[in-house]
Design a protein around this ligand. Structure first.
Ligand code: GLN
Length: 409
C-alpha cells in the first residue's frame, strides 16, 4: 500500500524543512512557533519530570489529571458532563489520534469525505488504513473579490451531498481550517450535520486551531448540534493551544462508541502518550483562565497576522485574510521566477508553487509551504496558485520577514 499514491514521495514538511533551506532563511513554512510555551506550563513540565509517577507509562486513555482538565475545559462548551473514563482519549498529537480513528473504523474501500484543500496528513492516514479519500471543493474566492477573507472560500452543500455513496463512512471537518484559515459558520456546520444524519456518517471534527479565531468570528463545535454528539469525534491539540508542537500531546472527545474502539487502536499503535507533558498540558488548561492566557494569545496572534498581511498589502499581492488559524494564503501566480533557476529534484518534479516557494526561500529569504500539497494530484493545479505563510512567530521575526518580502516588489 505504501507504493500507492504519494506515500513514497517526500512530504512537503521534509522538503521545506529548515535544514534544506539557507541558514538565514526566515522560516514561515511548517506551522511551529519560534517562542516557548508559557513559563507556568514549562514549569509544570519540569515539576513532572522530577516526580516519579509521570515518568512512567500512563493509562492508554491518558493521565487522569489531563482527562479531568479536558473535562473541565470542554464540558461547558459541549454542554455535557463528560465521562473521563469513556469519552476522552489523550493521543500522541492530534495526528495520531485521527490515525487511530481511521484504524478503528475504516474497512477496505470505505470512503472518507474531506473538503479540499485539506491538511495533507489526512490523505495518507486514510489510505494507509484502507480507506478512500473523496474530495469536495472549498471554492476559492472569486477573482472579482479584491480583498478576500477566509469566508470567501465557500462550500456547496449539493456537492457534498453528491459525494456521498453507499461506501461513505465519514466526513472530515476542519475548522478553523488549515491551510485556508476558514472558520466554518454555524449554518455551514448545520448543513454538513444534516447530511451526516441523513446518511448515517461519522464526523471527525479537527478543531486544533479552536483557540485562534479573529475578527469576531466564533468557533462553533459541530458536536453540539442536535443529534451530532453520537456521531462526532472532536480533535484538539496541546501543540497549537500552548505553543508546544513538539510535545505531541493531543486528544479526542466523543461518545463511548467512538472512543472505545479508538482506544483499542491507539493502545496498539503507541500504547500511551508521553506522561510528563500530559501533566504540563493539564496545568496549562487548569491555569489558562487565571492567566487570561487564551485571550492574550489571541491578541498577540492578531498583531502577528497584521505584520505579515501589511507587507502583502504594500506589495499589492492578493492573499486570503484568515479569520482563524495562523496561516495566510498568498496568491503567488503573478510572482515570476527566472527560467534558468535550478531546483532540486524534490521540487522540480512538483507544481509551480513548489518552485516559487523554493525560489522565495533562497532568493527572498523567507520560506513558506506550497499549497498544491493540500490537494489531491488531480486537483493540484488549483493549489499551485498559492503559498502558505505561517505567522506563529515573534513580532521581530515577522517584521524582518515582512521587510524581506518587500523585495518581491
Ligand atoms: N500542522 C502543521 C502545519 O500545517 C505541521 C504539520 C506537520 O508537520 N505534519 O504546518
Amino acid at each position: 500500500r505504501l507504493k500507492e499514491g504519494r506515500a513514497l514521495i517526500q512530504d512537503v514538511w521534509s522538503i521545506f524543512a529548515a535544514v534544506n533551506l539557507p541558514a538565514d532563511c526566515i522560516n514561515l513554512g511548517q506551522g511551529y512557533m519560534n517562542f516557548a510555551p508559557p513559563k507556568w506550563v514549562t514549569d509544570s513540565a519540569e515539576e513532572a519530570l522530577k516526580t516519579v509517577a509521570p515518568n512512567h507509562y500512563s493509562h492508554p486513555r491518558g493521565r487522569i489529571r489531563l482527562r479531568e482538565a479536558l473535562k473541565a475545559h470542554y464540558g461547558p462548551q459541549l454542554n455535557r458532563d463528560l465521562d473521563v473514563e469513556s469519552e476522552i482519549l489523550v493521543t500522541s498529537g492530534a495526528n495520531e489520534g485521527q490515525y487511530s480513528v481511521f484504524t478503528a473504523f475504516l474497512e477496505q474501500g470505505d470512503e472518507v469525505i474531506m473538503f479540499e484543500p485539506f491538511f495533507d496528513q489526512y490523505l495518507p492516514s486514510v489510505t494507509f488504513n484502507s480507506g478512500k479519500p473523496v474530495y469536495v471543493p472549498l471554492h476559492p474566492p472569486a477573482d472579482s473579490i479584491k480583498k478576500p477573507t477566509s469566508d470567501d472560500w465557500t462550500i456547496n452543500i449539493d456537492e457534498l451531498r453528491r459525494a456521498v455513496t453507499p461506501r461513505t463512512k465519514m466526513i472530515i471537518v476542519n475548522t478553523p481550517h488549515n491551510p485556508v484559515g476558514k472558520v466554518f459558520t454555524k449554518a455551514e456546520l448545520v448543513a454538513i450535520a444534516e447530511i451526516a444524519e441523513e446518511f448515517n456518517l461519522l464526523v471527525m471534527s479537527d478543531e486544533v486551531y479552536d483557540c485562534l479565531t479573529f475578527d469576531g468570528k466564533e468557533h462553533f463545535r459541530i458536536a453540539t448540534l442536535p443529534g451530532m454528539w453520537d456521531r462526532t469525534v472532536t480533535v484538539g491539540s496541546a501543540g497549537k493551544s500552548f505553543a508546544a508542537t513538539g510535545w505531541r500531546v493531543g486528544w479526542l472527545i466523543g461518545p463511548k462508541s467512538i472512543i472505545q474502539p479508538t482506544l483499542a487502536a491507539t493502545t496498539r499503535i503507541v500504547f500511551c502518550t508521553n506522561s510528563p507533558l500530559q501533566e504540563a498540558t493539564a496545568a496549562g488548561l487548569e491555569q489558562a483562565d487565571k492567566h487570561q492566557f487564551f485571550e492574550t494569545q489571541r491578541a498577540e496572534y492578531l498583531e502577528r497576522r497584521s505584520i505579515l498581511c501589511e507587507a502583502f498589502d504594500k506589495l499589492g499581492l492578493k492573499y486570503t485574510l484568515p479569520e482563524g488559524s495562523y496561516f495566510v494564503l498568498l496568491d503567488v501566480s503573478k510572482i515570476e521566477i527566472p527560467d534558468e533557476y535550478t531546483f532540486p529534484e524534490t521540487v522540480s518534479g512538483r507544481g509551480r508553487d513548489f518552485r516559487v516557494a523554493w525560489w522565495m526561500a533562497y532568493e527572498i529569504g523567507v520560506s513558506s509551504i506550497p499549497v498544491s500539497e493540500f490537494y489531491c494530484d488531480e486537483h493540484a493545479h488549483i493549489g499551485e496558485a498559492y503559498a502558505r505563510f505561517a505567522f506563529c512567530k515573534d513580532n521581530d521575526t515577522l517584521r524582518k520577514a515582512a521587510e524581506r518580502l518587500l523585495g518581491l516588489a
